[in-house]
Write a new protein. Structure first.
Length: 718
């Protein structure tokens, strides 16, 4: 196969005859060529203008030559029939709008009738040349009708669009070399509310689309347009060999979006009905580029309830986003909002009158346990009824939307952590949606790897670190930096379905932060909203629900929570503990209550358990660093030495590299276990003390009743 050096361009027009980027030479055009171009640009409108004087002159010649009018009439009849057949045939065999056969035949017949009369009597016949005056009037009326015909206007629009498309492609060919995309071609151009979007074919550049630096192209284009680089997106298309370039020339964040529940004159009011249903995606904002609503799916017919993660750093508008979600859920007649927030909960308190249950405050751990246990039991009970694959939310069996803000504080309780894991793994088919929110997307901040593995939808704002979004998605997909996209403005979020191939929606959520506005919405709805009553299928859980809604506020019975709440099938061990060791402890307590003597633990076993506890405690996270048990023990021995230790000495002892040893020592120093004396090469790490010359009392070993991590007890028992 032989390739020519300058192949013919497959996407004309291309500057230069050989596709080398040179502009085509300027050639002088003659009057004839300009006339032909004028005629070809709109033949249906401009050919009749030439025919008007031509027909009049032809009839004058035929009349002067003595041609009988019968011949002209016969010719007119044949022409009328042929024109009608041709018009009908073209109108049926084209994808464009055409004039109908009857219309073409009528116009041709009218001209033929006048031509017959003019041939027989002369075009100047009649008083004051009446026949010519009638001809002029008919031509004017006919041309007026022709110019306004739907088919002619559609053809005119197609010609105009084709001319604009040719101009856009030629403009791109002049711009492409400046962007380092010489040889590329413009495939699509779409205007947006803020700028435009271009689809580029990159096969002519000799590189794959993934090999082209998107940052370099964005910077070059930003220099030309003189706009911030955050307003230019360069991404690969679904089809290989294509790039999509989006330019936002206007400021997308100049004005916030007023929530339609506050301003019913908002253009998005029709997308935010009241009452609403959770069976359709909830509209929580809009895309400033396209004006399309920003939607969030909490339930769908294919997969049921969704597990949704909201992750964004402090000050990114996460609270406003959760307000928009709460507003939509409380507007649904087939959904009930359940709130859990063991941290800052001022905003959630405003929605509390519309929520079915609330656990808000630092002293509400017991209430949070009761709520989550009840939700898990409801999932189990709903799974026992009905023959359908999944429950469809209705006012009688509503979607239970569990919203958990500051999820890391809730998951710090081992019982809540285990309940969250079970709910996330079982909620989909039983009309339960789980919405968790936190400041980071790592497993430690969202309640563990098991919970993160069950997340269906991620809502991502700006993060303190670039690339943080990949910790939420867990996929090698290109997601834009929302801090750069939103130019640091709050309330800008991206919504992506995990496992959906990398597609996403992004935009700005509605502005719903004014306390007075929220209180007005809540008051209006609370006046007509009846308290939630669990459906008959949840009758066995009526006692639990009564306790949840009775107004219990403290954790005075937190330690006995397992004994006071009945557990659903398959979840009986949740409140009894977090592992086999906790179950043995509970059994020992019951045995002690029954008066059974339990022999003392041998001293050597107690010492071994204490040593194992210390090793496990040392294996905890120190900031973002996890130190293995053997390495932690060796480092403590070195730190306790009179001269302390250096990073080099520690690296030799623990068998790690010097940077790793220094990171371990720095983590111990940050946690208060070690201190650093001196600076430079003479700096040494020593065990931290309470005072001068005092050794610290290590508090890394958890007390016997510490339940921070159930696995610690399991390991200790081994």
């Amino acid at each position: 196969m032989t390739l020519s050096r300058n192949p013919r361009c497959a996407f004309p027009p291309h500057p230069g005859p050989g596709g080398d980027g040179e502009l085509p030479p300027v050639a002088a055009s003659s009057a004839l060529s300009r006339f032909r171009g004028w005629l070809r640009h709109a033949p249906a409108e401009r050919l009749p203008l030439l025919g008007i004087p031509g027909i009049w002159a032809a009839t004058e010649i035929l009349h002067a030559a003595g041609v009988p009018g019968l011949y002209a009439g016969a010719a007119a009849a044949v022409t009328t029939g042929a024109a009608g057949w041709l018009g009908e045939h073209r109108s049926k065999n084209t994808r464009h709008k055409r004039m109908g056969g009857a219309e073409v035949a009528a116009a041709t017949g009218a001209v033929g009738a006048w031509a017959t009369a003019a041939t027989a009597f002369g075009p100047l016949a009649g008083p004051d040349h009446l026949l010519s005056l009638a001809y002029a009037a008919g031509c004017g009326a006919g041309y007026w009708w022709l110019r306004r015909h739907e088919a002619i206007r559609a053809a005119r629009a197609r010609r105009q669009a084709a001319a604009e498309w040719e101009a856009k492609k030629a403009t791109w060919h002049r711009l492409a070399p400046l962007l380092g995309l010489h040889g590329s071609h413009l495939l699509e151009h779409e205007d947006t509310l803020l700028g435009d979007t271009l689809l580029i074919d990159t096969r002519g550049t000799g590189k794959r689309a993934s090999q082209i630096s998107a940052r370099d192209v964005a910077e070059r284009l930003g220099e030309i347009e003189m706009i911030p680089i955050g307003r230019i997106d360069v991404t690969t298309d679904r089809i290989p060999g294509r790039l999509r370039i989006t330019v936002r020339r206007k400021d997308p964040w100049a004005q916030p979006l007023t929530h339609p529940a506050i301003d019913r004159a908002s253009p998005f009011a029709r997308h935010v009905p009241e009452p609403a249903t959770c069976r359709t995606p909830l509209v929580i904002g809009a895309d400033p580029e396209t004006g399309q609503p920003l939607t969030l799916t909490v339930w769908d017919a294919d997969e049921g309830g969704k597990v949704i993660l909201v992750a964004a750093k402090k000050g990114s508008g996460k609270t406003v986003l959760l307000n928009c979600i709460s507003e939509r859920i409380t507007a649904c007649t087939d959904a009930q909002l359940i709130q859990v927030n063991l941290g800052k909960h001022r905003e959630d308190l405003r929605w509390a009158p519309l929520a079915a249950a609330n656990a808000l405050g630092r002293d509400q751990t017991g209430q949070a346990r009761r709520i989550l246990q009840w939700v898990l039991n409801a999932i189990e009970e709903r799974g026992k009824t009905g023959d359908e694959a999944r429950i469809t939310p209705t006012p009688d069996t509503p979607l239970l939307a569990v919203k958990i803000d500051e999820v890391d504080q809730v998951a710090a309780d081992p019982v809540c952590r285990e309940l969250l894991r079970l709910i996330a793994s079982k909620c989909r088919s039983e009309a339960v949606a789980l919405i968790v929110a936190g400041q980071r997307a790592t497993a430690q901040w969202v309640g563990g790897a098991d919970l993160r593995a069950n997340i269906d939808i991620a809502i991502l704002g700006r993060f303190a670190r670039r690339g943080e979004a990949r910790k939420a998605t867990g996929e090698e997909i290109d997601l834009p930096d929302m801090g750069e996209y939103g130019e640091g403005r709050p309330g800008v979020f991206l919504i992506t379905e995990l496992g959906g191939g990398g597609g996403y929606e992004r935009g700005r959520v509605f502005n719903l932060s004014d306390p007075a506005s929220i209180d007005a919405i809540v008051a209006r709805r609370a006046a007509s909203r009846a308290p939630y009553t669990p459906e008959p299928a949840l009758a066995p859980l009526a006692g639990q629900w009564a306790k949840i809604t009775s107004g219990a506020t403290g954790d005075e019975d937190q330690d006995d929570e397992a004994a006071t709440l009945p557990a659903a099938a398959g979840a009986g061990q949740v409140l009894a503990g977090t592992g086999p060791i906790r179950a043995k402890i509970d059994a020992a307590r019951h045995a002690a209550a029954a008066g059974i003597d339990i022999p003392d633990v041998p001293a050597e076993v107690a010492a071994r358990v204490a040593a194992e506890r210390q090793r496990q405690a040392l294996q905890q996270n120190f900031g973002d660093v996890t130190i293995p048990g053997p390495a932690a023990s060796a480092l403590l021995s070195l730190l306790a030495a009179p001269d302390g230790t250096t990073s080099s000495q520690a690296a030799e002892v623990i068998g790690k590299s010097k940077p790793v040893a220094h990171r371990y020592l720095s983590a111990l120093r940050a946690s208060g276990v070690a201190r650093l004396d001196g600076s430079g090469r003479g700096a040494r790490f020593r065990l931290a003390g309470d005072g001068e010359g005092q050794r610290p009392s290590l508090s890394l070993v958890p007390p016997p009743d510490d339940t921070r991590d159930g696995n610690q007890d399991d390991t200790a028992a081994g």
